[in-house]
Design a protein around this ligand. Structure first.
Ligand SMILES: [Zn+2]
Length: 745
């Protein structure tokens, strides 16, 4: 049924395009959508919603739609030629970037999201293949070359879980001693639900019985605060509130270090929803660290007992629970009041929380199984016409804990829509200069497994040929645009947001609102944290990367409530934010693909490194010198200035003779390779897979750059160790300088 509709869609696209190549794509999109959409879409369409109730008869609906479309088509026919503001970086393809923007359609995106979220699609499970097929059939229907790569990897699923509380005070209950079975699944799920019950992937199986103790976010400072008020957590079951910059893995590992027997985790403000998640340390398949877990063929696999594998799993079991369940436990605790440090927490105002331990006892059981499963990455490839061996990679994961309307299929819907629009442009004669990869990753939720295996398998070609990676995970979680990037991409990111209309203020550009929200230049975050599929590209392969999304956070994250209905009701009723993200994503891709000179600005990188170093001054004590870093940054600044001059000259030179083409290509290579300079073959100490010494995960602390230096400052604190890490960063920056200059010493 699904594929039939898709096929029909593509046929219509084709026919419409054949007959009127210059018809606006807005009108084409609308035609297609109405043909394929079911009535469930009408309430979302702004022009239908207010005037046209669901109950209208089909014939009237058809007449109404027909007239609306006529008006819409006439409108768009007269408006689609409105020229986009002239691009400062692109001179060769403005007609296609405006075609891209004008062919935006909230209808198609909503259709894709509706289909993708009909069933849950947890990685490695049978229902997930419907989402795979849906992406494949769409790419194929757009005549985009499509292939799938399979990997056999170790995933993790729940078998049984239970949590009972033995309350022994009378504040909550009528009796003095009551044993209550606490819910370990969302009430809305029902027992026949196809949604996986809440669990932590890769948690060890185990049972535990002990007093409940509240440890806030479970950070080192939280345990210190507890010990200052005389609370011993040994032998207890810790109740932890998610947040505070701690990954699930870090929370459980820290708790085990403190002698906790098991961990119960909740997310404040989520009501009865339970946040599923992985507790695996690091990224990628546990059994094939550093190399691809290619499906089928002979592949070396470590055993689960191997230290390198087992060290990635926590040693004590953990379970997620709802905020409601956690509150029941917390309300029953006695002992000292929560430390001053935690008072900012919104939850604390609700009741007078005491930290325990006890008197409530918890009886905790979790049984899970780690087992081999096949995961599938889907790729749509648009071959470059002039530089087919240079790759621009767009990626989004497809697997979801539940229905995944926000996480991640808002991004998948946007990716499919970009594919649709690129396909329309190709029919109009567009042929990208460089090769575009549209990637739909699997098993991101377990630890970026699909993308990591692929990057590991393709490391040499990506290292030598990948221009940039643009990631979108949750495209829309709510209001407000956010972007994170490596700094040489800041300028082009600003540039494209000036061309995209703000979805919430149609009279403004995305850039204008983004700037006013931040009072000053728009805030672009950096990519040190490991929270989506950009990690293998940037942290392992040194590919310049971007991550885009709407909405800071959302309450249904990884719960059964992350559904299409929630999206329509709360996050993006008219799918305009989806359109905006797809606009920025696609325009960025177009520039990176088609600009004769890559739109990279290393002056921004040098300026950002300078700012990082200023922040580092505040953390350094004693005799440690930052000179290795500061002098390398000065060299980078000089090289970046020279390159900027060269770029300007080459941009002005529009000649297409072989020598000019080669000159541009040589400069582009230097721009592309500079990021690779930040990689170090030894990687970050203790987590060698992470090779990038400027951006990568630090084991502790909140320093979002120079992870090796940050670890040395927070960890050993020995001056010689800190100084060594500073030298390593200095050398990494010098390698980037050397790549940018492109000369041997
Ligand atoms: Zn995600």
């Amino acid at each position: 049924m699904t594929s039939l509709e898709i096929h029909y869609t593509s046929t219509l696209h084709y026919i419409t395009c054949t007959f009127s190549a210059h018809t606006t794509f807005s009108s084409i999109s609308s035609t297609v959508t109405i043909t394929t959409a079911t009535t469930s879409f009408f309430p979302m369409a702004p022009s239908f919603h207010t005037t046209h109730p669901r109950s209208t008869t089909p014939s009237f609906t058809f007449i109404f739609i027909f007239f609306t479309l006529c008006i819409f088509s006439i409108y768009t026919l007269h408006h689609h030629h409105t020229p986009s503001p002239p691009s400062t970086t692109t001179t060769t393809h403005p007609p296609f970037s405006s075609t891209f923007l004008n062919s935006a359609s909230n209808y198609t995106i909503s259709t894709y999201l509706r289909h993708l979220t009909l069933h849950p699609h947890l990685a490695g499970t049978t229902p997930s293949s419907a989402a795979v097929d849906y992406v494949i059939s769409n790419f194929k229907s757009f005549n985009i070359q499509t292939h799938v790569t399979n990997y056999s990897v170790l995933l993790s699923y729940p078998l049984y879980s239970s949590l009972t509380a033995h309350f022994s005070n009378t504040t909550l209950t009528t009796a003095a001693d009551v044993v209550v079975s606490l819910p370990v699944r969302e009430p809305e799920m029902g027992f026949e639900s196809e949604v996986v019950k809440p669990y932590h992937a890769y948690s060890p199986s185990g049972t535990a019985y002990g007093k409940a103790v509240y440890v806030s976010h479970g950070r080192e400072e939280d345990y210190r605060a507890l010990s200052e008020i005389g609370v011993d957590v040994k032998g207890c079951i810790a109740v932890v509130k998610r947040g505070g910059g701690m990954s699930r893995n870090a929370v459980v590992v820290k708790a085990a270090e403190k002698g906790v027997l098991a961990v119960v985790m909740f997310t404040a403000g989520t009501g009865s929803g339970v946040e599923r998640g992985t507790v695996l340390d690091g990224v990628g398949d546990p059994l094939t660290p550093g190399w691809g877990a290619n499906g089928g063929g002979d592949v070396e696999r470590l055993t689960v007992e191997d230290g390198e594998v087992s060290s990635r799993f926590p040693v004590v079991p953990s379970l997620p629970v709802s905020a409601e369940t956690a509150e029941m436990i917390l309300e029953s605790l006695e002992g000292p009041k929560v430390p001053e440090l935690w008072k900012d927490s919104d939850m604390m105002h609700k009741f007078d929380v005491r930290v325990g331990p006890g008197p409530t006892f918890l009886n905790f059981t979790y049984q899970g199984e780690n087992k081999m499963a096949v995961i599938q990455n889907v790729f749509g490839v648009i071959k470059g016409s002039e530089e087919p061996d240079r790759f621009v990679v767009l990626g989004n994961h497809r697997d979801a804990w539940t229905y995944g309307a926000v996480d991640p299929n808002s991004g998948t819907a946007a990716l499919i829509d970009i594919a649709r629009r690129f396909s329309l442009m190709m029919r109009m004669g567009w042929s990208p200069r460089r090769t575009i990869y549209l990637c739909s990753w699997d098993a991101e939720e377990f630890g970026m497994i699909g993308s990591t295996e692929w990057v590991e398998q393709n490391l040499v070609n990506l290292g030598s040929k990948a221009v940039a990676y643009i990631n979108v995970d949750c495209a829309v979680q709510g209001p407000g645009f956010f972007a994170a990037a490596t700094p040489q991409l800041d300028d082009i990111l600003f540039e494209v947001t000036k061309k995209v209309t703000d979805p919430d203020f149609p009279g403004s550009t995305l850039f204008e609102k983004w700037r006013t929200n931040n009072e000053g230049p728009p805030m672009i975050e950096r990519l040190s944290d490991v929270f989506s599929d950009f990690s293998p590209f940037l942290h392992h392969a040194g590919v310049p990367s971007v991550d885009l999304f709407y909405g800071k956070e959302f309450p249904v994250y990884h719960t059964v409530f992350d559904s299409y209905d929630w999206m329509v009701k709360y996050a993006d009723p008219f799918f305009h934010r989806h359109v905006a993200v797809a606009g920025v994503w696609g325009l960025l891709a177009l520039h990176l693909t088609d600009d004769p000179i890559l739109p990279f600005n290393y002056l921004s990188y040098a300026a950002q490194l300078h700012n990082h170093t200023q922040s580092l001054y505040k953390l350094i004590r004693g005799d440690v010198s930052l000179l290795p870093i500061t002098s390398a940054i000065e060299e980078l600044m000089d090289a970046a200035k020279q390159v900027a001059d060269e770029m300007k000259k080459l941009k002005e030179d529009a000649t297409k003779d072989d020598v000019s083409v080669l000159k541009r290509r040589m400069l582009n290579d230097r721009l592309m390779f500079a990021e690779r300079g930040f990689l170090d073959s030894d990687g970050i100490q203790g987590r060698q897979w992470f090779k990038h010494l400027v951006y990568g995960p630090a084991s502790e602390g909140k320093v979002g750059f120079f992870p090796g230096v940050a670890d040395a400052i927070c960890g050993s604190k020995k001056q010689a160790v800190i100084q060594h890490e500073i030298w390593r960063v200095g050398r990494a920056i010098q390698r980037a300088v050397s790549a940018l200059k492109g000369e041997l010493t």
